[in-house]
Design a protein around this ligand. Structure first.
Ligand SMILES: Nc1ncnc2c1ncn2[C@@H]1O[C@H](COP(=O)(O)OP(=O)(O)O)[C@@H](O)[C@H]1O
Ligand SMILES: [Mg+2]
Length: 188
């Protein structure tokens, strides 16, 4: 998790306290995250380290309220920039996602839409969250692709995801995550 330094915040940007996220499966209760607490301030980088299956991804998804069924957050607090994410109305949490908190998912092929050109997919975020026109958004998309190290960015805007290598797709995901200049970036 990375929180770029943007303002002199007093207090942490994100506080997670006593987080418990459980799966209520037919086979029984799975405690994916069990009483986790941490915080991150603007300008800091925080790494969650642990073996496969220890709950890193579910922690990230809990913050964005994207835990899949039959899982849910059963206890704890997630306070972001003074706001209680767990009790925020659905329309407000949607505005936080991808705008103030971005997430880079582990598997780029499941997050990129195979039927849209990558330029359109980056531009969509900028139009939606930043109110840019299509021309402005495509211009910005070129700059973002260049910033994440994709050569000849302007011509790659017209490529579909399958025309890029796995590493390039991951870079496109990073470009999308950075598009709205988030306060917090979560890299799963
Ligand atoms: N859909 C699911 N149903 C039941 N249990 C799940 C599901 N998804 C994840 N889990 C459980 O949550 C735990 C944490 O998973 P995860 O956060 O993905 O681990 P990782 O640290 O590898 O990212 C896993 O041990 C798994 O048993
Ligand atoms: Mg994981």
């Amino acid at each position: 998790m990375y929180a770029p330094l943007k303002k002199d915040n007093t207090g942490p940007l994100l506080q997670v306290r006593g987080l418990k996220s459980y799966f209520f499966t037919r086979g029984g209760l799975v405690k994916a995250v069990d009483d986790l607490s941490f915080e991150i301030s603007a300008g800091e980088t925080l790494a969650l380290v642990g073996e496969s299956g220890c709950g890193k991804s579910m922690t990230s998804l809990s913050i964005l309220r994207l835990i899949p069924e039959p899982g849910r957050v059963v206890d704890g607090e997630i306070i972001f920039d003074g706001q209680d994410l767990l009790h925020m109305p659905p329309n407000e949490i949607r505005r936080v996602r991808g705008n103030r908190i971005s997430m880079i998912f582990q598997e780029p092929m499941t997050s990129l839409n195979p039927v849209f050109k990558i330029g359109e997919q980056i531009a969509e975020v900028l139009r939606l969250h930043r109110g840019m026109t299509n021309t402005e958004a495509l211009e910005q998309a070129t700059q973002l692709l260049t910033a994440v190290g994709i050569p000849a960015a302007e011509s790659r805007l017209r490529d579909f995801p399958h025309q890029l290598s796995g590493g390039q797709r991951q870079r496109v995901m990073i470009a999308i995550a950075l598009a709205c200049d988030p306060q917090l970036l979560i890299a799963d």
